[in-house]
Design a protein around this ligand. Structure first.
Ligand code: MTE
Ligand code: MO
Length: 231
């Protein structure tokens, strides 16, 4: 990413709505649990009743907890993989992009009720990435630490082995933009968007999952779309 990106301040609107909904009680979100228990179709993790309620196509809302957004400097940036590993590693962006690239198209769901369908992602699978550092046998989970402090979230190694989980550096055919988390973000399509840490700078292997930013504020750690407490 170039350094001439406009300084885009984080827009608190979506987040304020998010917090407002939490304050009003999780059960008062726009669609109730019963609709979400309806049968889901094979093409989407969202049940039909909910899918129909979402504006067609959808549009991203940019979220951040402590703007301004971190700025990606390709010459200085490193991703570290550390914690319960045999070989801590530090990758620069060239080394990361030299790993096998995978692509996928998946839907994105924020727990506040907006979705973006058909997002094209490019990046690396976690099994390949984490193998570089040789996780110790006692490693069971991963904390993704954002350069945007204090945002953090965790997923278990088992969850990260999902065929559609990835550390993404491309979105819709272009390098991730600054507001979407440049240079890398977590993509976990079957869980709500808050699991998708943007501006990931450190990947820390741990012996158990820990509560992330939104989980410390009441949301489920296992944020399965349609099957967690945000809905
Ligand atoms: N660092 C960081 N990552 C984050 C967030 C955030 O505030 N900070 N918000 C999360 C939430 S709740 C959602 S829905 C998505 C939104 O992604 P977008 O900002 O690219 O639209 O980012 C997730 N990752
Ligand atoms: Mo979200």
């Amino acid at each position: 990413m170039s350094t001439d990106d406009p300084e885009i301040p984080g827009r608190p609107l979506g987040r304020r709505a998010f917090i407002g909904l939490m304050g009003a009680g999780l059960s008062s979100l726009a669609w109730g649990g019963s609709a979400l228990q309806a049968a889901s179709s094979a093409s989407s993790v969202l049940p039909a009743a909910v899918r129909d309620a979402i504006p067609v196509g959808g549009q991203w809302r940019i979220y951040a907890v402590s703007p301004p957004y971190p700025r990606f400097d390709a010459a200085a940036w490193h991703l570290s993989i550390e914690g319960l590993v045999e070989h801590p590693v530090r990758l620069d962006i060239g080394q990361l992009r030299a790993l096998a690239t995978v692509s996928q198209t998946s839907d994105f769901h924020c727990v506040t009720g907006w979705s973006v369908t058909g997002v094209k992602w490019g990046g690396v699978r976690f099994d390949q990435l984490l193998a570089l550092a040789k996780p110790k046998p006692e490693a069971k989970a991963v904390a993704f630490v954002s350069a945007e402090q204090p945002y953090v979230d965790t997923l278990t190694l088992e969850q990260l082995s999902a065929p559609d989980a990835m550390l993404a550096y491309d979105m819709d055919g272009r390098p991730l933009t600054r507001e979407h988390g440049a240079p890398v973000r977590v993509v976990m399509p079957k869980m709500y968007g808050y699991k998708g840490v943007k501006w990931v700078s450190r990947i820390v292997l741990t012996d158990q999952p820990q509560d992330g930013y939104w989980e410390q504020r009441g949301y489920d750690r296992d944020a399965w779309v349609g099957r967690s407490n945000g809905v």
